[in-house]
Design a protein around this ligand. Structure first.
Ligand code: MN
Length: 292
């Protein structure tokens, strides 16, 4: 790929119940990610303290929104410069910032999201039991939440019919209704095992035609036996090999406009095994985009 990469930090963990994911970018940079991505242009971010005051149904609202606003601005800059965005969370609330920039740039109608995650992250502030905003980012991007969760210029940055969630297996009852009402597509892990993965991809990839595709990879999509350095360990997850196949297949369409990795907590990665696994994922992204 001739396009240079932009490596964008999105440092926030207080959209989730646990701290540590705000350190993922630093851990990956220390491990050599900018060089692995051919001297990527780096967009680091100041680390904000979790704000102490917020409405009970939107935990740490001001900090979460500040991070997503900064990410949106940095992502718009990177896109203007013709760079290929690789975004490092942070918890998944940061997808509000990514999708704000991408929706504004390409138009909600033209944007599709391949969301590899154990969760659907499509609660609104009304349906969420926890108040954690990392479970609301897709609802916010689809314009279903209160205005406090609007990051940029538009309230609707994604249409549910263009949302594909792969690996979802820990989904709240109200989320099933929202997914159905929005026309979103959910592929739980059992649909992706064995020959199922090829079947799902043969349905998914043609559906992406004509779209700009954002890949959002939450490491909790993986089975805990494969990857454990994250806040939620949800059994019956995907293997690294399955995630590699999904990412490679989507990138091979030539439609993917950006890649995002969230919820890696380096403070839980005592032997560095999961860091090494992530570097392999980024190597795969680079090699596939290079057409190798
Ligand atoms: Mn998530």
């Amino acid at each position: 790929m001739e396009q240079p990469y932009a490596l964008l930090e999105a440092a926030v963990s207080c959209g989730s119940p646990t701290r540590g994911t705000e350190l993922a970018y630093d851990a990956l940079v220390r491990a050599g990610l900018p060089a692995l991505l051919g001297n990527a242009a780096c967009y680091p971010m100041e680390k904000l303290a979790p704000c102490p005051h917020y409405p009970p149904h939107l935990l740490h609202l001001d900090t979460v929104m500040a991070v997503s606003r900064t990410l949106r601005a940095n992502l718009l800059t990177a896109l203007e410069r013709g760079q290929y965005p690789v975004i490092i969370g942070g918890d998944h609330s940061i997808a509000m910032g990514s999708l704000a920039a991408l929706g504004e740039t390409y138009g909600a109608e033209n944007l599709a999201v391949v969301y590899i995650d154990a969760h659907a992250d499509i609660n609104t502030e009304q349906t969420s039991v926890t108040g954690c905003i990392h479970g609301m980012d897709l609802a916010a991007a689809c314009g279903l939440c209160c205005d406090a969760l609007t990051v940029g210029r538009q309230k609707v940055n994604l249409l549910g019919k263009n949302l594909y969630i792969l690996g979802g297996r820990s989904i709240d009852p109200p989320e099933y209704g929202i997914l159905a009402q929005q026309g979103a597509h959910l592929y739980p892990p059992e649909r992706l095992s064995g020959d199922g993965l090829e079947e799902v991809l043969s349905e998914l990839l043609p559906a992406l035609a004509g779209k700009k595709v954002h890949i959002s990879f939450d490491v909790d999509s993986l089975d805990p036996s494969q990857f454990a350095s994250t806040g939620y360990q949800i059994p019956n997850g995907l293997t690294l090999a399955q995630v590699h196949t999904i990412i490679r297949s989507v990138l091979d369409t030539g439609l993917a406009c950006s890649f995002e990795c969230v919820e890696y907590n380096p403070t839980l990665d005592l032997d560095g095994r999961d860091l090494a696994a992530l570097l392999e994922v980024f190597r795969l992204v680079d090699r596939t985009l290079a057409g190798l």
